[in-house]
Design a protein around this ligand. Structure first.
Ligand SMILES: Cc1cc2nc3c(=O)[nH]c(=O)nc-3n(C[C@H](O)[C@H](O)[C@H](O)COP(=O)(O)OP(=O)(O)OC[C@H]3O[C@@H](n4cnc5c(N)ncnc54)[C@H](O)[C@@H]3O)c2cc1C
Length: 388
């Protein structure tokens, strides 16, 4: 068959791109997902939607994406289950300068964000123990959303606009000749096309390798724990990321919280097709202890389960976006390093513009694959790359 564009990967990024390609009138668009749309890491995301970043294009994408999460129903006819809670980033003295610079950047771009003193943080949530906290960033408009609902919502809306969504179909090879994309060999047969967007998470590397393209990425197993604080604690009301202790927590249904760690290195490099998707008891104890330090009145939190999924981590914890040198018509959007969900609604539109040859409204050129071979790695203002 013949298509105009093939998108490989039905995570939040590929599904958003497919939807926006249809909106732009890109012609016959096929979204190829080897499993189920949203069934990969996207469906396991913690879904934190905050706007704190060091690089202007990421703040801008996060800001525009937040607007889309809020009006997701208007956009797609479905819900992304966005819940507004506010976002609190606790920092030790060593991180305060970077935090303040990021907040200044956000404010310049029209984001509601402020730097709080420990006293102001204590007023926001008096249950917090603020040992080791020199200050914080606070965003009242942030919150969390559902990864599966977001990808499935974009894919369903894309289908209504004419996109063919092929689930249970693998892209086996991206084909090129004379320096141009010619098609994609799939498990359902060949698709001839001149433009391909590979948004296949950590599996992107394997699809690009036969074309002689080196995509530096590792799969890092990342665990998430669900805790149920004691009844007298009440609910966690805010999304919390804690640079002092190195963990995060966000409210979950039934008064529980989802929590995990913030690391400077990948937690555990694994084979993305063969890893333990459960949670280790030592990890539960570690996260439980960090949680108890911050919320001593909830130290008796009960373990309610957990899971592991993978981050696709690049050398600088930043994604690779845009055209691939040497193969006209080949585009990539992968390597989100654990922070791609919150960017996906607006990013999909920029990717669609790129693929259609239109000018971008956010300058994303700094995220080219070329930066690795040129040694131009991106550095954020925080030690933990996950913060971007
Ligand atoms: C535990 C966890 C917590 C997270 N928390 C947050 C958070 O709080 N906030 C945030 O912003 N981000 C978070 N993230 C990161 C975020 O979820 C990811 O960056 C985002 O979901 C990546 O989406 P994606 O579309 O790039 O890739 P994926 O979700 O990896 O989707 C890629 C898809 O490609 C498909 N595929 C692969 N190979 C092929 C092939 N050959 N043919 C066809 N299909 C193929 C896969 O099946 C998969 O469905 C978290 C991630 C994890 C794992």
């Amino acid at each position: 068959m013949q298509a105009d564009v093939v998108v490989v990967g039905g995570g939040c990024v590929g599904a958003s791109a497919a939807f926006h390609l249809a909106q732009l009138g890109a012609g016959r668009v096929v979204l190829v997902e080897r499993g189920q749309v949203g069934g990969g890491p996207t469906g396991r995301t913690v879904g934190i939607v905050r706007l704190h970043y060091s690089h202007e294009p990421l703040v801008e994408l996060a800001r525009r994406s937040l607007e889309r999460f809020v009006r997701f129903h208007e956009l797609t006819g479905r819900s992304a289950d966005f819940t507004r809670t506010g976002f609190l980033l606790l920092a030790p003295a060593s991180e305060l300068e970077g935090l303040a610079a990021n907040v200044a950047l956000q404010r310049r771009l029209g984001v509601r964000a402020e730097v709080l003193t420990p006293e102001e943080v204590a007023r926001l949530d008096p249950r917090l123990s603020l040992e080791g906290v020199a200050g914080a960033a606070y965003e009242p408009d942030a919150g969390y959303a559902d990864g599966y609902a977001t990808a499935a919502g974009f894919a369903a809306a894309a289908r209504e606009l004419g996109v063919e969504v092929w689930e249970g179909v693998a892209a086996e090879e991206v084909q090129a000749a004379g320096g141009r994309v010619t098609g994609v060999q799939t498990s359902r047969g060949p698709v001839a096309c001149s433009r391909v967007l590979v948004a296949a998470g950590v599996w992107t590397a394997g699809l690009l390798r036969p074309l002689g393209v080196d995509f530096p990425v590792v799969a890092s197993r990342e665990q998430v724990v669900q805790l149920a604080p004691p009844a007298q604690f009440g609910r966690l009301e805010v999304v919390l990321e804690d640079l002092s202790l190195g963990f995060y927590a966000r409210p979950e249904t039934g008064g529980t919280v989802l929590a995990g760690v913030l690391e400077e290195e990948p937690e555990e490099v694994v084979d993305p097709d063969r890893y333990n998707a459960g949670v280790d008891w030592a990890f539960v104890e570690r996260v439980g202890s960090l949680w108890s330090k911050r919320y001593p009145s909830a130290a008796q939190a009960e373990f309610r389960g957990g899971y592991a999924s993978i981050y696709d981590v690049t050398p600088d914890w930043q994604p690779v976006l845009g055209p691939v040198d040497g193969t006209d018509g080949l585009f990539v959007a992968a390597g989100f390093s654990g922070h791609g969900f919150k960017l996906s609604p607006a990013l999909g539109e920029e990717l669609a513009r790129w693929v259609c040859g239109q000018s971008l409204s956010v300058d994303l050129r700094m995220f080219s694959l070329r930066r690795f071979s040129e040694g131009a790695l991106l550095r954020g203002r925080h030690a933990k790359g996950l913060l971007g």
